[in-house]
Design a binder for this molecule. Structure first.
Ligand code: ACO
Length: 328
């Protein structure tokens, strides 16, 4: 039986209006623009206001992706929302988005794979479309990390921003679309990057709030080392699986955590700077939204041409990683 080819039919993104600059952060914690730019590459990030939750940004991004795909909302047969900052523990943000957009009563679920979440979402949706379960799927990467960031902790608060990116996936001609994926997780590193309270291990208490256990705790050095390693191995592995070489890659669309991590990955692939999509200078690390927002902006700027080979790669809490080879 011929395998159905599934690709990206449309993209969209949504960013809060409020900009938090390095100069603003200098007034909040003991840091400097020079430190942040030289160690991370980040200059500013977007921060959602108190009324804006992950579903609000998701709905806006999804609407744009559906219009870009040229399909109607009724055609969507699956909604996957990758996030670690859902509106609620439950119901899933994907269900809220389904309802707000008027999508029919299809499968809709959230998945938690940290900053690798969008890649995990793609890797779930593609075979579900190939199996005939849905013709078109909406995959959203959204995070409002500002809601769980401790703005007294300079080790983390300079890094994160809010945003959402969405894609519509569906059938594409042979030779195009997703060629393969590599997903992985190493649960032994789970404690390197976590929000310790609010789940069944440490339910919310007054003490947990006072101890700031509902905010991101991260061992930056360990995550950095892990990231550099897996960005390299995941890209090599996905290329091996699809039978292609580093020299075949036209664009790298990496998770946007730190320019030094991106530069290592770029150098290992032997790509020039203009073949890597970077937006972390303007948005910081938006977790699952980083890759789909980068994809959307590059697509709307007309960066990719038909047939280009894109490598999407990311890492995050879990610790997890993921890579996808996509023929545009
Ligand atoms: N301003 C000034 N100084 C700072 C700041 C800051 N914002 N943050 C840390 N420092 C200090 C540290 O306290 C340390 O001081 P010390 O030597 O006196 O102890 C010094 O700078 C150096 O700290 P390092 O940790 O060595 O700095 P490093 O070069 O490793 O950069 C960073 C830190 C940017 C966090 C880096 O380790 C990194 O990017 N790690 C990966 C993080 C990541 O990718 N997370 C993604 C996952 S997000 C998710 O899944 C939700």
């Amino acid at each position: 039986m011929n395998r159905l080819h599934v690709g990206v039919l449309g993209t969209g993104s949504a960013l809060p209006e409020r900009v938090l600059t390095n100069a603003d952060l200098e007034k909040m914690v003991d840091t400097s623009d020079e430190w942040i730019v030289s160690r991370t590459g980040i200059r500013e990030r977007r921060i959602a206001d108190a009324q804006t939750a992950s579903s609000d940004l998701s709905v806006e991004a999804a609407r744009k992706a559906i219009i870009d795909a040229g399909i109607s909302v009724e055609d969507i047969g699956l909604v996957i929302c990758a996030t670690v900052t859902p509106d609620y523990m439950f119901p899933a943000t994907a269900c809220l988005v389904q309802e707000r957009l008027g999508i029919k009563k299809t499968g809709a679920f959230d998945l938690s794979a940290g900053c690798s979440g969008f890649l995990y979402g793609l890797a779930c949706a593609v075979p579900m479309i190939q199996s005939g379960m849905a013709k078109y799927a909406l995959v959203i990467g959204v995070d409002t990390l500002s809601k769980i960031t401790d703005y007294t902790d300079r080790n983390t608060c300079v890094l994160f921003g809010d945003g959402a990116g969405a894609v519509v996936l569906g059938p594409v001609p042979e030779g195009r679309g997703f060629l393969g994926f590599d997903l992985g997780a190493d649960g032994s590193g789970g404690e390197q990057l976590m929000m310790a309270a609010g789940g069944s291990r440490n339910p919310a208490t007054q003490e947990s709030v006072l101890n700031r256990q509902h905010t991101i705790a991260m061992n930056g050095k360990e995550v950095f080392k892990f990231a550099v390693r897996v960005m390299n191995t995941a890209t090599e592995e996905v290329l091996r699986k699809v039978g292609l070489e580093k020299t075949d890659v036209d664009f790298l669309v990496p998770h946007q955590a730190n320019i030094r991590i991106i530069d290592y990955a770029r150098e290992r692939l032997g790509l020039p700077e203009d073949k890597v999509v970077v937006n972390l200078d303007r948005y910081g690390n938006m977790s699952s939204a980083s890759i789909p927002v980068a994809l959307d902006e590059a697509h709307r700027m007309g960066k990719f041409k038909e047939g280009d080979l894109l490598l999407l790669v990311g890492f995050g809490a879990g610790l997890t990683w993921g890579a996808a080879a996509l023929r545009w």
